[in-house]
Design a protein around this ligand. Structure first.
Ligand code: ASP
Length: 580
């Protein structure tokens, strides 16, 4: 990384360099004077910090940009600093040239100091000098590089799709860009390159990918930003198995580049299995505590509370000493999540087999039910069993939540357990006008075995849509697309989209499909999330160079800014008073 101004990097210097005269450049991390005759300057560049010894005084302050020339020498005995990568050596005697003085920094460039996030973002250029963020941003570049190389190796072509685009049908609120040349008209910034990539398949690109910026005007949370980045891809003459293979190759390659280890293969399970075993479509496989089906144990029960279509349980190992107040709180939580109640059983000792139960319901259980409960759950002395009886969906989702709340761990904490969830339902609930709502998007291909029920029982129709989940976080989703006009019209009809509406919203796609659309399928991986997990960060803001705050503002530039009257006039816009 040498340039005309430097011959070495600060963090690279070590015992092997002793005797070399080097020139390094960077920012003053710290300066200490020892009387009038000796000064120590810690110089930082992105590789690390090196101590520079100056005979006399050094007229520099924190964050001054300087160039230092000196000889690498072994530090005197007793002054080695093993916390510092370069702590066995120092530069000296040094000549210091100030390249640019600096105002005192708004906060110390130091990972150990907690700084208010707004202050950090207002001076992001200083914040980014901190080693943690330097590492995150560089990790991101490493991940991008690994992804590009995996995609290139699989024959994918990187194509850039437009940012100024027509509104797309993926359901999120879009950012609109008013048109100056056609007042009253506008573009939408893409929620994703979904339709563009499908058009590229019609165009014969065969395998497309892009590290694409996507924009959605949605409420922000720790893991959401208005603009985010996806590895977006699409392949022709390919089905679900092919896409799962392409994406696994890219993501596992990225994981290897980031962590040094290639994760073992990715587990695959259907959506129905994920709900049944984990109570969620984003199962965290690190946690154990699978949901156990207790319906057979209680199918002829006299316990009223268990007289429901489905009885499910989870076991909290070692949880028998959970306090009554905590159990009451868990019951309240289960009710808020939609259950009618929560039954609990502490497994305590004393019965002939050492597995007696303690529970308000215990005296209502038959001996067969008591041992059935223990055998089915595998609970032993010291454990706690939590049971919900309800519809299958409610029992599973309530216990799924409790499982994560009781055993959940930070997403980045190892091991990294990847899982493919396939066969999602095609529809998810009903919209305002009583029509089913597309669970993924309206171009998702129904499962071939369920096509005949599309109109008669849409809620039971599975799709060829799939998600990639890592440690309980959804990393991305995709689907096999509908490429045939007859199936597309049937899906639109079920969704309540009239032919006129379909043609006005995405007529360009439908007409393209009349000119030879190959079967195709694709996927998009959220890269901010992936890098955040690799970096061990809870918030994606820590892996984005210039993120917005949680209220969507940028304290550094002041965006969003009031538009001046002349800008509004040029765009033919008038601002209405705020609605009450
Ligand atoms: N466009 C979809 C999304 O952004 C992904 C896909 O189906 O390829 O979630």
């Amino acid at each position: 990384m040498n340039t005309s101004m430097r011959t070495a990097m600060c963090g690279d210097l070590g015992l092997a360099d002793v005797g070399r005269t080097v020139t390094v450049c960077g920012w003053v991390s710290r300066r200490r004077e020892h009387g009038e005759h000796l000064a120590f300057v810690d110089l930082r560049d992105h590789t690390g910090v090196v101590q520079c010894v100056v005979d006399g005084t050094a007229d520099v302050r924190s964050e001054y940009v300087i160039q230092v020339q000196g000889e690498v020498r072994r530090r005197p005995e007793g002054t080695r600093n093993l916390e510092l990568g370069t702590g066995e050596v120092e530069l000296g005697p040094c000549t210091v040239t100030v390249l640019n003085p600096a105002d005192p920094p708004p906060f110390a460039v130091d990972d150990r100091q907690e700084v208010d996030e707004v202050v950090r973002l207002r001076h992001r250029y200083v914040d980014l000098r901190r080693p943690r963020l330097q590492a995150n941003i560089r990790l991101r570049a490493t991940v991008n590089r690994a992804i590009r190389s995996a995609m290139d190796a699989q024959g994918f072509v990187e194509v850039e799709t437009p940012l100024l685009w027509a509104p797309t049908p993926e359901g999120a609120r879009e950012f609109v860009v008013p048109s100056r040349l056609s007042p009253g008209s506008g573009y939408a910034l893409p929620q994703s390159p979904q339709l563009a990539k499908q058009l590229l398949m019609v165009a014969g690109i065969d395998r497309y990918y892009q590290i694409a910026r996507c924009l959605r005007d949605e409420d922000l949370r720790a893991d959401r930003q208005f603009e985010f980045t996806q590895l977006d891809l699409e392949a022709s003459f390919a089905d679900q198995t092919d896409v799962l293979g392409f994406v696994s190759e890219a993501v596992l390659g990225a994981a290897e580049s980031a962590t040094g280890e290639r994760p073992q293969h990715v587990v695959t399970m259907t959506w129905a299995e994920a709900i049944d075993r984990y109570g969620t479509d984003k199962p965290d496989l690190r946690l154990g505590m699978e949901l156990v089906d207790l319906s057979p144990v209680f199918d002829a029960t006299g316990v009223k509370a268990f007289g429901a279509p489905c009885v499910k349980g989870i076991v909290l190992r070692g949880g028998a000493d959970t306090a009554r107040s905590k159990l009451d709180a868990l019951t309240e939580r289960a009710k808020r999540l939609g259950a009618k109640g929560l039954a609990w059983f502490r497994v305590v000792g004393d019965a002939p087999d050492g597995r007696a139960l303690e529970s308000p319901l215990d005296r209502f259980l038959s001996e067969t039910e008591r041992s059935g409960l223990l055998d089915a759950t595998g609970a032993t002395r010291g454990d706690l069993v939590l049971v919900v009886a309800d519809t299958h969906r409610v029992a599973c989702t309530v216990l799924g939540h409790l499982r994560v709340e009781l055993a959940g761990r930070p997403v980045g904490e190892g091991p990294h357990r990847y899982v493919w969830v396939t066969d999602f339902p095609l529809f998810d609930g009903t919209g305002e006008e009583g029509h089913p709502v597309a669970a993924h998007h309206p171009f998702t291909m129904p499962h071939p075995d369920d096509l005949d029920r599309l109109e008669s029982d849409p809620a039971s129709v599975r799709s060829q849509a799939y998600d990639l989940v890592l440690n309980g976080w959804e990393l991305g989703s995709g689907s096999v697309r509908i490429h045939r006009a007859d199936i597309q019209s049937r899906v639109f009809a079920v969704l309540g989209i009239t032919p006129e509406e379909a043609s006005s919203r995405f007529g360009f796609l439908l007409s393209a499909f009349r000119f030879g659309a190959p079967p195709h399928a694709g996927f998009a991986v959220g890269l901010d999330r992936l890098v955040a997990i690799f970096a061990g960060e809870e918030s994606i803001r820590e892996v984005i160079a210039f993120p917005k705050t949680q209220s969507g503002s940028d304290p550094m530039t002041g965006a969003p800014k009031t538009l001046t009257p002349s800008v509004l006039a040029e765009l033919g816009l008038r601002v209405l008073p705020p609605a009450d």
